[in-house]
Design a binder for this molecule. Structure first.
Ligand code: PLP
Length: 444
């Protein structure tokens, strides 16, 4: 297994070798069964081995897999772009296909900067963002990410874009509580813009619900209305990074619908193709496109594989599958059921400090002292313990902690495929309880 050694995130860790997937389950080569409780990296939204998608893959491969976007468009690419413009809010009508979430956010960043340049404004180049956020691993996307551990090694190469606090109500940055806080974590943006100067800022980017950096941090209801107002008042674009939350994950097709706020640019990936192919997209509004179409008429970005017929055909069939099987509604229903079950567990196990999230993007934060919300010491590495033990017990979870002492705590994401049934949630919860119970006993 020389190849896998090169790409292992933890080089001395032995991973099981996957054999096949079926629905919400994965099987390794020893025959062991796992519940995919995190859809991998919150990606396999429709579950594994779906025949309809595999059929589309084969049919498209027989026709044509690749054409270069500067020479051809294709029916799947056109149909997918049309579908996305129908599904998204308002005037988000222009789609730029890429191959990953990082490319989607970085393309969004470039579109935002170009929007101002095309109007003759050359100074608006900064993208503000929040701490405890994750927008991707490439240098531009990492510059926007407030994920301390993932930034650490590359700080000299990065822009200092993370500026304001996360809307982390469980550990309020202002030591207050909603609604008495008057949403200071949102109004902080206004002060930051004044300090940096709106003439230097192109956009503000945020994940509607924070994923990888802090266990499904979910802001209060009017948070994004305040953010949108501050952006508008200061002439700054708003980019929503829905790479993790988009395409039904949170019980709405896009998580910004919960907040009834339309971004100027939307970044998507992951669930867009549910892991059946690598693809992502940045979707720009008519307002953003207007000066570009009047000016250079070209987005200064693009990749060899952008908009390839194979990936776009697969993503289109995944979205059709989500719609046909009512999976957005199922995400809401099963998410509510899962939260009820997790809240029951919280009453039994004091190490479960917080349960939060929307739909099937649920964060669980662990504490060593429930009443005082004390995080575990870093050397305990609780997130890793939970993940490893759950995997041994046959449940896959996703780590969602910054791994830095004093910055957040230990958290995991539970985000199974949107196809999950009530009986399967019960099965997931049983293994999760077994894991939490044994860990709590061992830690006492
Ligand atoms: N944006 C968000 C919100 C993400 O959660 C991620 C990945 O976890 C990314 C961007 C980067 O996506 P990718 O890993 O596909 O490059």
């Amino acid at each position: 297994m020389n190849y896998s050694h090169l790409i292992k995130p933890v080089l001395d860790q032995d991973y099981p070798v996957v054999s096949y997937g079926d629905g919400i389950y994965l099987y390794d080569t020893t025959g062991k069964k796992y519940i995919d409780g995190s859809s991998g990296a919150i990606t396999a939204s429709i579950g594994h081995g779906v025949k309809e998608i595999i059929d589309v893959m084969l049919e498209q491969a027989k026709k044509v897999s690749f054409v270069y976007r500067s020479q051809f468009t294709s029916e799947p690419a056109e149909q997918l772009a049309t579908k996305l413009s129908q599904l998204t809010q308002g005037d988000l009508n222009s789609t730029f296909f890429v191959n990953s979430g990082s490319e989607a956010t970085e393309t969004a960043m470039k579109i935002a900067i170009q929007y101002w340049q095309e109007q003759g404004i050359k100074t608006k180049n900064k993208i503000l963002s929040r701490w405890m956020s994750y927008h991707g691993i490439t240098i531009g996307a990492l510059s926007m990410s407030g994920h301390t551990a993932r930034r650490a090694r590359f700080v000299p190469l990065l822009e200092d874009y993370p500026t304001i606090s996360a809307p982390y109500c469980y550990r309020c940055p202002y030591d207050s509580s909603y609604p008495f806080c008057k949403l200071k974590c949102a109004t902080e943006l206004d002060q930051a813009i004044k300090r940096i100067g709106p003439e230097n800022i192109a956009a503000f980017i945020a994940e509607p619900i924070v994923g990888a950096a802090a266990g499904a941090i979910t802001p209060p209801e009017e948070y994004y209305r305040v953010i949108r107002e501050i952006c508008d008042k200061n002439n700054i674009l708003f980019i929503a990074d829905e790479v993790m939350t988009g395409l039904g994950r949170t019980g709405k097709m896009f998580a910004m619908e919960h907040y009834q706020v339309q971004p100027d640019i939307l970044a998507i990936g992951k669930g867009m193709s549910a892991g059946y192919t690598p693809i992502g997209a940045a979707i720009a509004s008519d307002k953003v496109m207007a000066p570009i179409l009047k000016g250079s008429k070209q987005i200064m970005s693009g990749h060899t594989y952008s908009a390839n017929p194979q990936s776009t055909a697969v993503a289109l069939s995944v979205i059709q599958y989500i719609e046909k099987n009512n999976l957005v509604q199922n995400a809401e229903d099963m998410g509510n059921y899962l939260v009820t079950k997790l809240t029951d567990l919280q009453k039994k196990y004091a190490i479960i400090g917080d349960v939060r999230g929307k739909g099937l993007l649920i964060g669980v934060e662990f504490v060593s002292d429930f009443l005082n919300k004390l995080p575990f010491k870093r050397e305990v590495a609780l997130t890793n313990l939970i993940l490893e033990r759950a995997q041994v017990n046959g449940l896959l979870l996703y780590p969602s902690a910054t791994g830095i002492e004093g910055v957040g705590g230990d958290a995991i994401l539970i985000a199974p495929p949107l196809t999950i049934s009530e009986e399967q949630v019960d099965e997931l919860i049983a293994i999760f309880e077994q894991t939490v119970k044994s860990l709590q006993n061992d830690l006492q």
